[in-house]
Design a protein around this ligand. Structure first.
Ligand code: GDP
Ligand code: MG
Ligand code: K
Length: 301
């Protein structure tokens, strides 16, 4: 056999950037499955979500970090620490910015964190479908002054423009390495986490007046019923105040029913099985500031 063995590359890629720049949209497009939560509200992604892209010659393991931002309370602090730690642990950092907004104080705050990071950092300018090409050049120039990026790539995560190019560049920078995950695996998180995120997403969308941080979802049990092709999911929605509990439950339970209905459809698609979903709502005052409880909610450092 005279065929040259192609080298296999693999590694970890962290996606970092302010809330709503499009990190989850990008990850979902690349992995092609709904594993990170998309929302027009800031910071709905609080845990690391890994998406694994396996091709013939490479495996790209993406980490969707919480947005780095100025902490307002302990949860924010915790999130930022998680995000900062990942910068040093990964092979490539994708720093995503919103082309519509340009360079601002939020970006400056993040770039300051790059000062002693040796990992190659790509500047990914997202949402280019929203701007004029002339403005793009200005944005690129302004960022070049701030930091020496390994690569600068404009994309539209929503429409897909230039995403393939970005992936090829990522591959170029990755070290030679093995296939860490089976080819059909898109995430290494327990299904519990993804299921809880799907429920949380529905709850956030349907209760628009509530702030995302005040709502958490914990999966109490997830079991396959013996005789039937049905997965039984029991989950608790945790809120901070009684008033929020009322909103989540709704008139005669209508809101909770709707949250459950919509979440169930997504969970069934995800698991490829019929799902019986039971939801409860619980008030846990000021849970955001109780660090000891964060781990119970699935936060990892
Ligand atoms: P994240 O907080 O960084 O994960 O941002 P999301 O992925 O949740 O996206 C925030 C919002 O921006 C959503 O409404 C997305 O549909 C939108 N969005 C993301 N990427 C693009 C893009 O390339 N173009 C446009 N026009 N909108 C985008
Ligand atoms: Mg997100
Ligand atoms: K978001």
């Amino acid at each position: 056999n005279n065929q040259k063995q192609q080298e296999h590359k693999s590694g970890f890629i962290s996606i970092i950037g302010r809330p709503n720049v499009g990190k989850s949209t990008f990850l979902n497009r690349v992995i092609g499955q709904k594993i990170a939560i998309m929302s027009d509200k800031p910071q709905t992604t609080r845990n690391k979500v890994q998406g694994v892209l396996t091709t013939d010659d490479a495996q790209l393991i993406f980490i969707d970090t919480p947005g780095i931002h100025k902490p307002k309370h302990k949860l924010g602090d915790f999130m930022m620490k998680v995000a900062q730690n990942t910068l040093k642990e990964v092979d490539i950092v994708l720093f995503m910015v919103n082309a519509e907004e340009g360079y601002g104080r939020g970006e400056e705050f993040i770039i300051e964190k790059f000062s002693n990071v040796k990992t190659p950092i790509f500047l990914v300018i997202n949402k280019i479908d929203q701007i004029h090409p002339d403005d793009l050049l200005k944005i690129i120039e302004s960022y070049k002054e701030k930091h020496e990026f390994a690569e600068i790539i404009p994309i539209s995560a929503l429409e897909g423009n230039n995403v393939e190019t970005l992936l090829e560049l990522v591959k170029k920078y990755l070290p030679e390495g093995p296939q860490y995950y089976p080819a059909d695996q898109v995430t290494d998180h327990p299904e519990h986490f993804i299921v809880s995120e799907l429920i949380r997403e529905k709850a956030l969308h349907l209760t628009r007046e509530e702030i995302p941080h005040s709502l958490a979802v914990v999966i109490d049990r997830m079991i396959k019923m013996d005789d039937k092709d049905v997965i039984h999911v029991m989950a608790t929605v945790i809120v901070e105040r009684d008033s929020q509990k009322g909103i989540v439950i709704g008139k005669q339970g209508a809101m909770l029913k709707e949250i459950g209905k919509r979440a169930r459809i997504d969970i069934e698609n995800l698991l490829g099985s019929k799902v019986f979903l039971e939801l409860w709502v619980k008030v846990q005052k000021d849970w955001r500031n109780k660090m000891s409880q964060l781990r119970d909610f699935g936060f990892r450092e």
